[in-house]
Design a protein around this ligand. Structure first.
Ligand code: ADP
Length: 768
């Protein structure tokens, strides 16, 4: 709709624009045509006036020249005498001969057609070329005037006889006698043939024009006379006359002595444009004229061109506008068809929709339209419905209540209204519905558009929801009761808790006193510890001095038993040798034990001070390994070293390190029956490791923690009675004293790996 209005507006706009453009174009055409016409007219006028002016000037000059010829002749010496003699003595053949000869000279020199002598009576006395005696009227009159005034005059166009004879002019030269009074005695008439110069000159037209010409005119009585030969028509010169009353004829205006440009009618009765101008010092005037038709030829061509161009432009514009309008109307048609198709589709969609749609005539309260969905549900046919009123299917409503229900719609109070009611089918069954009502007028008819939804399912769902809700409420009530009971129980428990709290307070009090006692006990422990440390120190001191005291006699026992075993003190029998060996072995074992005890007690008493120096741990490891080769060889064990070719420099106590290494490797050899003992040196970023690995008896998991304790031996000790159970204890403590660590990994029956880790640079504990 909107698009249609817009299209109408566009159409009006286009047409208006076209009209404005067309008017502007036509106005422009008219303006350009009229200005062109005016300028062309002006040009033609100027041109005609210029030609007329040029011709008059030339003709005037030509006349002056003729008079000049006459005056020159007049002043010729002895001419008066000769003429006098020829006149007075008619028989004087000599004088006449001489004069004729002389006139012939003049005629020849000045190119006159005839030169003759006319006496005072107007009779031709002599001629340069033979001719009759009588002269024409025109010349007679002029000759008389010349005689009277004594001045050279030009006798106007005249003929010697009838109209057929050619017209000519004459210059009348009065000749004065040589006598003292000097009166004119005769006239020499020099005839000019105008066809020789004058007429051709007048007829000459600059440029190329089919109709233009210049005409010489004069006045004869009340007429204007065309003097020169005319371009059009065969009339002889000086034969056509026009009465002076015909003022629209340019020749008349010229004859009346007027100068200017005018339009009028010429001798042929054709409309002309003409410029008129009198020739100065003469009775003549010039008319330069041109047919109006010729003047307007280019104007008409221009007009034709302008009209053709405008018609083409306007036609093209009109075609364009019509084309645009045509396109618009095609588009409109298409839109209309689309609209119709949409409406048709919509109508089908509404009709085949499964929701119920009713259109009710409000005034008659009858169904106008019922869609298929409604028919299917309600069970009536379309024809049956068209005869029914809405209340027929609405058991809950009457005509009045229905009208009351739609009143707010009719009054415009509401745009749509919704209510719930019941529909009754043809078979009498009923179902709940929700109806949406809306007013839809068609032309002058009030229609009600009713959209009905069957809400049976919704009702069922609502009922279920209600049931569920009631169930929930019952549950909530039950739970609330339970909660109340629990609350009561809680209150009782709270009371009990309060009682317990009191008891707890009392216990707390007891705890506090116990705590005080515990603190006292801790202090006692501290005191005891101090005493213990003191005792420990005393023990260490004792052990140190005792060990020292024991070692001296022990060395003697070992030394002497060695001497005896080597037989240096005399031979021993087998039994003596066996017993001496036992003494020697026990002594050595004891010395070992004492050394270890001494070391351990020194360490524990903090009396063992490391002396740091720089050495290569790998070299020391190899050295310790090699020192135990004899024992290994004895047991048939392989000794292997890995990673020892590269040095691993550390700063530590070399003696202590040697002791640890010796201990670890000798244990490995000791507790390995077959296989190998290997040493591997590994360098870490700021530490070095020595791993001693054997394929010996291994250590049980539960024993692993204990083996670093003093006097601890685990496993089957009977095979190795030479152990003290102090080696690992001393080694572990030495490693810690050097800032390192000693750890073990072992599997019973498979072997063990003891790892000694030492910092690359040992910092004594006092320094850190
Ligand atoms: P001992 O003088 O008995 O060797 P140690 O302190 O050196 O005393 O060792 C403690 C005990 O740890 C040893 O008796 C032995 O039972 C166990 N032990 C030490 N080294 C090894 C080893 N390489 N393989 C198996 N058991 C070992």
């Amino acid at each position: 709709m909107q698009s249609r209005e817009a299209t109408g507006r566009t159409r009006r706009l286009l047409l208006t624009l076209y009209a404005i453009l067309a008017a502007a174009l036509i106005a422009f055409g008219v303006f350009s045509y009229t200005s062109y016409e005016a300028s062309l007219n002006e040009q033609v006028h100027e041109r005609l006036a210029a030609i007329a002016s040029l011709k008059t000037t030339e003709i005037s000059a030509w006349r002056a020249e003729r008079i000049g010829d006459g005056e020159l002749l007049q002043r010729t010496p002895r001419l008066g005498g000769l003429v006098e003699r020829a006149l007075s003595e008619p028989d004087q053949a000599a004088a006449r001969e001489e004069l004729i000869h002389w006139l012939q000279q003049v005629q020849k020199a000045n190119d006159y057609s005839q030169v003759s002598l006319v006496d005072a009576t107007g009779k031709r006395v002599l001629s340069a070329s033979p001719e009759g005696e009588v002269v024409d009227e025109g010349l007679t009159r002029e000759a008389a005037e010349a005689m009277a005034t004594g001045k050279v005059t030009i006798a106007d166009f005249h003929r010697d006889g009838s109209l057929e004879t050619p017209v000519h002019l004459s210059v009348a030269v009065p000749i004065v006698s040589e006598a003292a009074d000097g009166k004119p005695i005769a006239v020499i008439a020099m005839r000019v043939d105008p066809t020789v110069f004058l007429f051709p000159y007048i007829q000459q037209w600059p440029g190329n024009s089919p109709t233009a010409e210049t005409v010489l005119v004069g006045r004869v009585g009340d007429d204007a006379l065309f003097l020169s030969q005319l371009r059009h028509g065969a009339a002889p010169a000086a034969s056509i006359k026009v009465p002076l009353t015909a003022t629209d004829v340019p020749a008349v205006q010229a004859a009346l002595g007027r100068t200017g440009v005018m339009t009028g009618v010429d001798y042929q009765g054709v409309p002309v444009v003409a410029a008129t101008k009198p020739v100065p010092d003469s009775p003549w005037a010039i008319v330069a004229r041109m047919d109006v038709a010729e003047v307007y030829t280019p104007v008409r061509a221009r007009l034709r061109l302008t009209i053709v161009a405008e018609v083409i432009i306007l036609g093209a514009g009109l075609l364009g506008v019509l084309h645009v309008l045509g396109l618009q109307s095609v588009r409109l048609d298409r839109e209309r068809l689309d609209d119709e198709a949409k409406h048709a589709w919509l109508a089908t969609a509404v009709d085949s929709s499964l929701s119920e749609v009713y259109v009710v005539d409000v005034d008659k309260l009858v169904f106008e339209y019922v869609n298929r969905g409604a028919l299917l549900n309600i069970g009536y046919s379309s024809e049956e419905m068209s005869a029914m009123s809405p209340v027929d299917i609405l058991p809950e409503l009457t005509d009045e209540s229905l009208v009351a229900a739609v009143r707010p719609l009719l009054s415009g109070e509401q745009e749509r209204t919704t209510f719930k009611t019941t529909h009754r089918r043809k078979d009498g069954s009923e179902y709940p519905v929700e109806a949406h009502l809306q007013l839809a007028s068609r032309e002058d008819k009030q229609l009600l558009l009713v959209n009905v939804h069957d809400i049976t399912e919704r009702r069922t769902a609502e009922a279920k929801l209600l049931e569920h809700q009631e169930h929930l409420e019952a549950e909530v009530a039950e739970r609330t009761q339970e909660l109340a009971a629990t609350n009561e129980e809680l209150a009782t428990t709270n009371e009990e808790l309060a009682a317990m709290n009191e008891e707890y307070e009392a216990s707390n009090e007891e705890l506090r006193s116990l705590n005080a006692e515990a603190i006292e006990a801790a202090r006692e422990t501290e005191r005891l510890n101090a005493a213990l440390a003191k005792a420990d120190n005393a023990k260490s001191d004792f052990l140190a001095s005792m060990s020292h005291e024991l070692r001296t006699p022990l060395n003697s026992v070992i030394g002497f038993s060695d001497v005896m075993l080597k037989g240096l003190a005399g031979g021993l029998n087998e039994e003596q040798h066996r017993q001496m060996e036992m003494i020697n072995n026990s002594g050595r074992h004891l010395l070992l034990l004492i050394n270890d005890v001494l070391d351990l007690s020194k360490i524990e008493a903090g009396r063992m001070e490391p002396t740091p120096e720089s050495f290569d741990l790998a070299t020391e490891a190899v050295r310790a390994l090699e020192s135990l080769r004899p024992q290994a060889d004895k047991s048939g064990l392989r000794l292997e070293a890995a990673g020892t070719e590269a040095s691993c420099e550390i700063v530590s106590d070399c003696r202590m390190v040697r002791q640890i290494l010796f201990n670890l490797i000798s244990n490995a050899v000791k507790f390995t029956a077959a296989g190998s003992v290997s040493v591997e040196v590994v360098e870490r970023s700021d530490s070095c490791e020595v791993q001693v690995t054997d394929t010996g008896i291994g250590i049980a998991g539960e024993d692993m923690a204990r083996i670093f304790d003093a006097f601890t031996q685990v496993g089957m000790r009977n095979d190795h009675p030479d152990g003290t159970g102090l080696g690992l204890a001393v080694s572990s403590r030495l490693a810690q004293l050097l800032g390192g660590d000693l750890t073990v990994q072992s599997t019973l029956g498979e072997g063990s790996t003891f790892t000694l880790t030492l910092p690359k640079e040992h910092k004594p504990s006092g320094a850190s």
